[in-house]
Unconditional design. Structure first.
Length: 360
């Protein structure tokens, strides 16, 4: 009900109260009933009667009626006032308290709980506007969070991925320096120094985002097995991997993230084993498994379960650049693509197996 309706109801109650008082306690039309009758007696006989108005009795009657009317009016007035206060609380005070609490919740960052709409109170339209403001603030906050996450993801991904080609540039420059003429060695040394400088800057950049690596985004799409062969060929910068033909099938993977996985696997193999790499494939009911095996010393059996742990580096990594993040990131990427990554000793050598699910 609207406020005008309640006001009209209060006026009606007061009018009915006044009418009830006038009906129940009418003004006396005749004072005979309250007059005093005296006999006029002569010679022992009543010869006439005289009536005298009893003024005190009349005023007592008026006073009783007046008191009753005042009491009735007071009762109706109090009832009307109580009803008005109830309406005031329900339609104005309580909604105002609700909005104040809602404003405090917004100020504290709680933007997921909507404000209950009630068109029956005086703040109905304002309440809707207030909730629209909350919804816009929530969307803005989510957009800001998504943008911040995207920035961290980009920085972490680029920082780690740049290290692999930089390491390749350094390695190739060192090899060229061994056989290059003296006149060219200075240039090759400059290349190595600049590559080392880039590696240092990238390492510092990576350190700022290490804690956010868990939030890297993966978006799997349909991928032909022939595309997987091309990804491995591009990742094998040492050209020492014996790539094999893969069974023709449609896989589910994120090409960009899968390329990062292959980069990490081949880079680790060249860094720690520095041997040829055998690549084989096996298809089963669940998907395609690719095995990449080197012919190095492998790793200690007690280190195998920890190779995909963040920051872990085995004993064989001593004296070599790295942060213990390559296999950790690769393992996370493969799991988010619905596949998996397994490390095992090949006796001799070390093998990494990645499993990719079929599309559909």
């Amino acid at each position: 009900m609207k406020i005008k309706t309640y006001a009209a109801l209060l006026a009606l109650i007061l009018a009915l109260g006044i009418c009830a008082v006038l009906f129940l306690f009418p003004v006396p039309e005749d004072t005979v009933d309250v007059a005093r009758i005296n006999d006029m007696i002569q010679s022992g006989q009543v010869i006439d009667k005289s009536a005298f108005a009893d003024t005190q009795q009349i005023w007592r009657g008026y006073r009783v009626q007046l008191q009753a009317g005042v009491i009735a009016i007071l009762f109706l007035t109090i009832s009307a006032a109580a009803l008005f206060l109830v309406v005031l609380y329900r339609k104005i005070l309580r909604p105002f308290e609700t909005m104040r609490g809602f404003a405090q919740s917004i100020a504290s960052g709680e933007l997921d709980v909507p404000l209950t709409m009630d068109s029956g109170n005086a703040f109905g339209a304002f309440t809707e506007s207030f909730d629209l403001m909350r919804d816009e603030l929530r969307r803005a906050k989510e957009s800001e969070r998504a943008a911040e996450q995207s920035k961290r993801e980009l920085v972490a991904s680029l920082s780690h991925d740049i290290q692999t080609p930089v390491a390749s540039i350094k390695a190739v420059a060192e090899l060229m320096e061994m056989t290059a003429p003296i006149s060219e060695r200075q240039k090759l040394q400059t290349i190595q120094q600049k590559a080392a400088q880039i590696e240092t800057l990238v390492s510092e950049l990576l350190h700022t985002t290490l804690e956010e690596l868990d939030s890297l985004h993966v978006e799997p799409v349909s991928l032909q097995s022939s595309e997987l062969v091309e990804i491995m060929r591009k990742s094998d910068y040492g050209h020492r991997a014996g790539l094999c033909d893969l069974p023709g099938c449609m896989l589910r993977a994120d090409p960009a993230r899968l390329s990062q996985v292959m980069d990490n696997i081949f880079a680790n193999s060249y860094k720690y084993a520095d041997t040829d790499i055998d690549v084989s494939a096996e298809a089963d009911d669940d998907g395609l498994t690719i095995t990449m095996r080197d012919h190095g010393p492998g790793v200690a059996p007690d280190e195998l379960p920890r190779l995909c742990t963040k920051y872990f580096r085995g004993k064989g990594a001593e004296g070599k650049n790295g942060y213990g993040l390559g296999l950790f990131i690769s393992h996370a990427f493969m799991e988010r693509m619905g596949g998996g990554l397994i490390c095992e000793n090949a006796a001799p050598g070390f093998a990494v197996k990645i499993h990719l699910p079929y599309d559909g």
